[in-house]
Design a protein around this ligand. Structure first.
Ligand SMILES: [Zn+2]
Length: 293
C-alpha cells in the first residue's frame, strides 16, 4: 500500500518485521526508566510491547517511484541470511519480494538502491541466495553507498570481527561490489531526480540521511539517526549499536533541532506504522507527530 507522496513521488513501505525487538535498557545505555514513567504518553502499546516491555521496531525498505526511476532506500533484512547473533532473524524468511511486487515493482525494475549505512538490517535484500551463491537481487540497479562507510566495514571485515555487520558485509555488500553494481560516493552525493545525501556520522562512520524533494515538498529519510520515539523525548540517548555514541548524539540533536517545527516530513528507519511524521516541540523537549493517512 502506498505510504505517502513527496510531491510527485510515490512512496511505499515494504515491511519485513514489525514488533517487539529489544529491551530499552539493553538498547539505550543511558536509559532512564524514571524519565519514561514521567512521560506516560510515550509508553503507548505502539511504542513498547506491553507483554515483554521491549521496544517495538519496524524493519522496512522505502520504495520511491519518481516517475523516471524506481529507488529503494535501504534493503532491510533479507532472506536466508546467517545471523546467529540475532536469533530472531537467523535464516529469516519474509514476503519481501511478493510485497514489492504488490507495490508494482519487479526486481528488474529497480534503478537505484540508496544506502543510509551498511548495518546488517539495512542491506539484506541487496542480495538473494541463488544455488548457494549470493547474487544481487536487483540485476539492473546501481547500489549507492558512501565511500567512508564502505571503507569502515571493509576494515571490520578484514579484521575478521565477529559481528552480524561483518557477515552482512560479506553476504550483502561484497557481492554487489564484485558484480560492478556498487557506486561509492562522497557524503554529499546527489541524484538528479531530487535526492541528495547529507553526512550524519556517529551511528556509523559513513552514516548519511537522504533528502528527497519534489516541487515544494521536502522529506528526509533518516535511517538510524533515531531508532525510537524515546529519542525525541531524550535526544541525548545514543544506542548500544552506535560506533561513536558521542558523535551520534551530536548529529541527532543537530537534525532534531533543524527539523523540529519546520514542516519537513521524516521517514525513520525503524518507526512503526504509520512511520512518516514531523518533529514538534513539547516543553523543553520534542515529540514525534505521526502523519495519519
Ligand atoms: Zn537499523
Amino acid at each position: 500500500m502506498q505510504l505517502t507522496r513527496i510531491g510527485e513521488f510515490e512512496v511505499h513501505r515494504i515491511t519485513e518485521f514489525e514488533g517487539p525487538f529489544v529491551a530499552p535498557e539493553a538498547f539505550f545505555p543511558d536509559y532512564d526508566a524514571e524519565a519514561v514513567r514521567a512521560n506516560p504518553e510515550m509508553t503507548g502499546p505502539g511504542l513498547v510491547d506491553p507483554a515483554s516491555g521491549k521496544l517495538v521496531f519496524s524493519f522496512h525498505t522505502f520504495v520511491v517511484k519518481t516517475g523516471r526511476h524506481t529507488i529503494l532506500i535501504d534493503s532491510c533484512l533479507g532472506n536466508d541470511k546467517e545471523r546467529p547473533a540475532r536469533p530472531q532473524f537467523h535464516r529469516f524468511k519474509s514476503r519481501f519480494l511478493a510485497d514489492l511486487a504488490a507495490a508494482g515493482v519487479q526486481p528488474e525494475a529497480v534503478d537505484y538502491v540508496l544506502c543510509t549505512h551498511l548495518h546488517w538490517d539495512h542491506v539484506g535484500w541487496n542480495t538473494r541466495l541463488d544455488n548457494g551463491r549470493w547474487v544481487p537481487t536487483f540485476p539492473n540497479a546501481r547500489y549507492i553507498m558512501a565511500r567512508r562507510e564502505v571503507a569502515h566495514w571493509q576494515a571490520v571485515h578484514d579484521r575478521g570481527e565477529d559481528s552480524p555487520h561483518r557477515l552482512a558485509f560479506e553476504d550483502s555488500v561484497l557481492p554487489v561490489v564484485r558484480s560492478g553494481q556498487s557506486v561509492l560516493v562522497d557524503d554529499d552525493y546527489a541524484l538528479d531526480d531530487g535526492f541528495w545525501f547529507e553526512a550524519a556520522p556517529g551511528h556509523t562512520p559513513g552514516n548519511v540521511v537522504i533528502h528527497a524533494r519534489s516541487h515544494d515538498d521536502h522529506a528526509v529519510f533518516l535511517g538510524d539517526v533515531m531508532h525510537h520515539q524515546y529519542q525525541l523525548m531524550q535526544p541525548q540517548w545514543s544506542t548500544a549499536a552506535c560506533t561513536d555514541p558521542a558523535l551520534s548524539r551530536r548529529t541527532r540533536m543537530r537534525l532534531i533541532e533543524e527539523h523540529a517545527e519546520s514542516g519537513t516530513r521524516l521517514l525513520p528507519g525503524h518507526f512503526p506504522a504509520p512511520t512518516v511524521g514531523r518533529i514538534v516541540r513539547r516543553g523543553g523537549s520534542y515529540r514525534y507527530a505521526f502523519e495519519m493517512r
